[in-house]
Design a protein around this ligand. Structure first.
Ligand SMILES: [Zn+2]
Length: 698
């Protein structure tokens, strides 16, 4: 996701991919690290471990399903699956992601061996080899960034700032703001340039601005981390401490100009189409002429400036801060971005703060895991091509498509029979539903990496060149129709998404296996797991944000006033419900931030249940497996998807920044709204999960 993570509204299934996306690692190294040949790993390859599908051992049948269904579904699993030391949290998504990573590892170890290789095999093998070569990385030291540091140091006036920032952006460093491209919200056939707020290092603006004890503690630890990093860059302790303060001040001021994550969910809030001249007028001290000529694309005349106020904050910062302070900030942003491929001491210090303090992860993950993840990030479709050949059975695609059609039929039925929507809006909703495209497994056309140079001895250079390749690829889309065949996630990813601008659902191969989808499992379980996940993504087309886009992907209001009002009243019920859940300490789930996901969970499981009942015969609906009816197994299948142990730090970060609620609430928050659940489990009216004030949108 590198630096383009916020440029389009893409609605994903789980927070996992977001939480685990490695930071961009890039830059341009004039110095070759070393030509030391290394065996890529000393230890034998850790074999992949397929997560189990549904098991009754994961249940806690001593719990009352009508009081705490999450505990009932997950109690056994939670007890038997403590968080591994190298993880911040541990759930079913993580289990599967670790399995997939180990499979990638096997592919990469093989590709790293000198043999006759295809161009793609050479790239993934050599990228991995260079990344694994810690000895060479340490030997090169911070000198590997010398040319980059020189570029920053040579800056002799603020008027030259735009050149330097352009260069950094090109290398994947999010200094001050992000530049990229996305489908025009109001013209779905055209990709436009997008300039977005960025330039922070903590996860979200609130991390800088909140004044409660825990937030202040994190801010202090961050300044300490900055100090340590400047020391590792070779600065004297006192100077390093002052530089840390400088960075904290600049980032805090940028945070003040940033839009809150909750407001960013509203498409209109992040759509401001301006001419380049209008954009320039927001921050006249930053030469866009220089910036755009450097960033390789000056041909566009207008763009989406997501948050114009933010660029005024950038202007104020450029005016306020001394030139040396701005250089200090750029130097920090560069090293922060590259930490993963810098010497051990730097990478370890980066982990100490971002992994341990911020996320509660006890130990760094093994180097092969980090390197496999980086290859997946930077060469995902070269690696993914091998992955799907080896691990994605052809017949899976057909089975999944059948499930998708069953879910679409259920949603169609649901829309037709909705009590609160008028015929006119229903008609439009059905048109939109019929137009949704389904993309399963992997793209039909693989990305061409031939212009990307990868060498076996330059980890930093490989990362920087990959970032530049991606930057140019994104900028190259401007002014053209979008390529709807493209996947926004790599094939081994354990996640899924709905893209409102393209009106399509996307299921990478990585998620289409147990515990999400099991060839051998009964319909009840599969409809409750992958079926509900499909339902979740389809419902995103009709959540508070997705509903504002039409069948063609344009931001256009197709709702009657009364239907929009009825929708908002129902959505507010969900906002209020989830706002009442406590994530950790005094941190509550943000009902507004998680509204789209919660709406999708509620709608998704409901239509999965409808689809299940439409698929199996009335007689089969009574047949029990492990003592449970198919409908009960559907709920258990859903419940077991979200089993997760979270560290308090990770639960806090997720509640403050993530649009997904924690696992427990994705289960109990949904089933309590369903009369179908009450019926399937025989819950008495008024039981905790059979309340009278249930919410329902879809
Ligand atoms: Zn979602």
């Amino acid at each position: 996701m590198r630096m383009f993570r916020y440029l389009t509204i893409v609605l994903v299934l789980s927070s996992l991919a977001l939480a685990q996306t490695a930071k961009p690692a890039t830059g341009k190294s004039g110095k070759k690290a070393s030509t030391t040949k290394s065996t890529s790993s000393a230890k034998p390859v850790e074999p992949p471990k397929k997560p189990a599908g549904f098991t009754t051992a994961s249940l806690d049948t001593t719990a009352d399903p009508c009081a705490d269904f999450y505990q009932y579904s997950c109690g056994g699993w939670l007890k038997n699956n403590p968080i591994p030391a190298d993880q911040a949290g541990w759930g079913r998504f993580n289990e599967l992601a670790e399995n997939n990573r180990a499979e990638l590892h096997e592919i990469l170890e093989k590709a790293a061996k000198p043999a006759k290789r295809s161009p793609n095999q050479q790239k993934i093998g050599d990228y991995y080899l260079a990344c694994m070569n810690e000895t060479a990385i340490n030997k090169a030291g911070m000198g590997a960034l010398k040319m980059e540091f020189d570029q920053i140091n040579l800056l002799s006036s603020k008027s030259g700032l735009a050149w330097t920032v352009a260069r950094l952006h090109h290398e994947g460093v999010s200094a001050f703001f992000d530049m990229g491209s996305a489908v025009d919200f109001k013209d779905a056939n055209n990709v436009i340039a997008v300039a977005d707020q960025s330039g922070l290092s903590l996860p979200e603006r609130d991390y800088y601005l909140k004044t409660d004890a825990k937030s202040v503690e994190i801010q202090k630890a961050y300044v300490e981390h900055l100090t340590n990093m400047f020391k590792l860059m070779g600065d004297a302790p006192e100077k390093a401490a002052a530089e840390a303060q400088t960075v904290m001040t600049i980032e805090t001021n940028l945070a003040k100009g940033s839009m809150e994550v909750t407001l960013r969910r509203e498409p209109a809030n992040i759509y401001h189409k301006l001419t380049v001249e209008e954009w320039q007028a927001l921050f006249p001290s930053f030469s866009l002429k220089n910036y755009l000529s450097m960033s390789g694309k000056s041909a566009f005349r207008s763009l989406n400036v997501t948050n114009p106020d933010f660029f005024k904050a950038v202007e104020a910062e450029i005016k306020r801060a001394a030139l040396d302070d701005l250089k200090t900030y750029l130097r920090w942003q560069l090293v922060h971005t590259e930490a993963a491929v810098l010497p051990t001491a730097v990478a370890q210090e980066d982990f100490n703060f971002f992994g341990k303090t911020l996320n509660g992860q006890k130990e760094r993950s093994a180097r092969w895991k980090r390197c496999s993840r980086m290859v997946d990030r930077d060469l995902g479709e070269a690696l993914g091509q091998v992955y799907v050949e080896k691990y994605f059975p052809k017949e899976a695609k057909d089975r999944i498509l059948k499930l998708v059609y069953a879910l679409e039929a259920a949603l169609r039925q649901d829309i037709r029979t909705l009590p609160w929507m008028t015929q006119a809006t229903k008609q439009q909703a059905l048109v939109k539903l019929a137009a949704i495209e389904n993309k399963i497994g992997y793209p039909d056309h693989w990305r061409d990496y031939s212009r990307l140079q990868v060498t076996p001895d330059d980890a930093l250079g490989n990362a920087m060149r990959s970032a530049a390749f991606e930057f140019q690829r994104q900028m190259g889309k401007i002014g053209k129709p979008p390529d709807r065949r493209e996947f926004g996630m790599t094939p081994p990813t354990v996640n899924a998404y709905y893209n409102p601008s393209e009106n399509n659902v996307n299921f990478p191969a990585g998620i289409l296996q147990p515990p999400f989808f099991d060839f051998k499992a009964d319909d009840g379980l599969n409809f409750g797991a992958i079926g509900a996940a499909i339902g979740h993504e389809l419902t995103h087309g009709f959540d508070d944000s997705g509903r504002q886009f039409d069948a063609k992907g344009n931001l256009r209001d197709w709702w009657t006033v009364e239907d929009a009002k009825a929708f908002n009243e129902r959505a507010q019920c969900i906002v209020d419900e989830y706002s009442g859940f406590t994530a950790v300490d005094d941190v509550k789930i943000n009902g507004k931030l998680t509204l789209g996901e919660n709406t999708a969970d509620n709608g998704g499981l409901r239509i999965a249940d409808m689809a299940l009942l439409a698929t199996i015969s009335p007689a089969a609906q009574k047949e029990k497996i492990d003592g449970y009816t198919p409908e009960q197994r559907l709920f258990l299948g859903w419940g077991q998807l979200w089993c997760e142990n979270d560290s308090p730090e990770s639960a806090r970060r997720q509640a403050l920044t993530n649009s997904h609620a924690l696992g427990k609430f994705r289960v109990d928050g949904v089933v309590r709204n369903m009369p179908e659940f009450k019926r399937a489990w025989g819950c008495k009216a008024g039981a905790p999960l059979a309340p009278e004030n249930a919410c329902r949108v879809w």
